[in-house]
Design a protein around this ligand. Structure first.
Ligand SMILES: Nc1ncnc2c1ncn2[C@@H]1O[C@H](COP(=O)(O)OP(=O)(O)O)[C@@H](O)[C@H]1O
Ligand SMILES: [Mg+2]
Length: 384
């Protein structure tokens, strides 16, 4: 194997005024084009490593050990080497890209300025061409060129930040806690994009995070940190299969526990409870769009809206469940169907062992008082 892009050797960092090592004898390598996840709880020293690797620590910090970039000592770079290094290794400040973007400059001006600072030989036209091409890669439409950062959503600002990094053709990107400020769907979209671009351009990625599941999804290898030290390094597969260090085992257990509950929906509390309070089985609520008389005669296929389609779940006494899903996915239709406010197309709804779909309207009116009362308990069914 060729020499790693980054090599951290016995790194120790202590902040001014502190006697403790925020980073304590850390060694690891980042290979060319590799995606390495640096993971650990808050305060364990992850960001400090990132800052040290990019030479962003205050000169008053105490440092020992070595960081090599392409075999050269990062701490010994002269100003020219440092400038070149800063173009090749780019920090992505995800937490708040607003702090990196100037509110008085359009997105286009940001791109041109970044490009011309690093490649002054480019004409304005060439710069614009390259910038537009890069914005397209992160899916920012051309017509956004003249807009200001506040006119962009959080996710789009992240994309702009990625584009600004890409403009420099970096060899490596250091991304510190990319998902903290974004909602889950936008965050995973951004990470997907970023890792795709890393693969496409053979960029290495140091992904700093406290989220093991996320890192596992997007990286090739993981380094686990605990109290200033790297306690374990390995491929995603080996770490997930056979974690060695106690802290890694704990992290994994926590991640799997959450995941298990999500996918199986069988929390342990159910074990000694036999009958569910509410049991929904293969519940369907399909609406047929009839159209006008002519359409009914002549159209072969009826248009069917499957508002609720084959829902199964059980709710046990004392359980708290929430109904989650995007707008229009069928949450309200499901609860109305359970309450028999609308009759289901098919399926059953058992309440205390009795099938509500078989009850007469009068019997149901009696029951509804109970159900109304029960339904003040929030329910969790995640609809996918
Ligand atoms: N600028 C700073 N000055 C002094 N101490 C700091 C500074 N930044 C971080 N620390 C301390 O260094 C340790 C590691 O912090 P950090 O690298 O930010 O951890 P992480 O990124 O894993 O949450 C913590 O104890 C933190 O309080
Ligand atoms: Mg941090």
């Amino acid at each position: 194997m060729t020499e790693p892009l980054f090599c951290v050797e016995n790194l120790r960092v202590s902040y001014p005024g502190s006697n403790d090592w925020a980073v304590d004898d850390v060694s690891f390598a980042l290979n060319r084009g590799e995606k390495l996840g640096l993971i650990g709880e808050s305060g364990c020293g992850k960001s400090t490593i990132g800052r040290a690797a990019m030479r962003l620590l205050s000169p008053a910090s105490r440092l020992s050990g070595k960081i090599k970039y392409k075999g050269e000592s990062v701490f010994d770079f002269n100003p020219t080497q440092l400038r070149q290094f800063r173009g090749e290794v780019v920090a992505l400040v995800f937490q708040d890209p607003m702090t990196r973007l100037d509110p008085l400059m359009t997105i286009g001006e940001h791109c041109i300025e970044t490009l011309r600072a690093h490649q002054p030989q480019l004409s304005r036209r060439q710069a614009k061409e390259k910038a537009l091409e890069t914005l397209e890669k992160v899916k920012i439409p051309v017509n956004r060129w003249g807009q200001y950062p506040h006119e962009f959503s959080g996710g789009m600002r992240q994309r702009v930040a990625i584009a600004l990094a890409l403009l420099l053709n970096p060899k490596a990107i250091v991304a510190d806690e990319p998902t903290t400020s974004l909602d889950v769907t936008v965050a995973s979209e951004i990470l997907q994009e970023l890792t795709r671009l890393c693969d496409e351009h053979e960029m290495a990625l140091l992904l700093i995070s406290h989220d093991l599941a996320m890192v596992g999804e997007y990286c090739d290898r993981i380094a686990v940190m605990y109290r200033g030290k790297i306690v374990e390094t390995g491929s995603i597969k080996s770490i997930f299969k056979a974690p060695q260090h106690e802290y890694t085992q704990l992290l994994l257990k926590a991640a799997l526990h959450l995941h298990g509950e999500e996918s199986e929906g069988l929390p342990e509390t159910r074990e000694n409870k036999q009958t569910p309070l509410l049991k929904v089985k293969a519940l369907k609520q399909h609406y047929t769009l009839e159209g006008n008389l002519l359409e009914q005669w002549f159209s072969k296929e009826k248009k069917v809206i499957k508002a609720v389609d084959e829902i199964d779940f059980e709710l046990y006494s004392g359980e708290i469940l929430g109904l989650v899903g995007e707008s229009g996915c069928g949450k309200s239709t499901l609860s109305r169907t359970i309450l028999q406010l609308i009759r289901p197309t098919s399926g059953t709804v058992e309440f205390q062992g009795e099938d509500l779909t078989q009850l007469s309207p009068e019997q149901m009116r009696q029951k509804r008082r109970h159900l109304q009362w029960c339904f003040k308990i929030p329910m969790l069914v995640s609809i996918r």
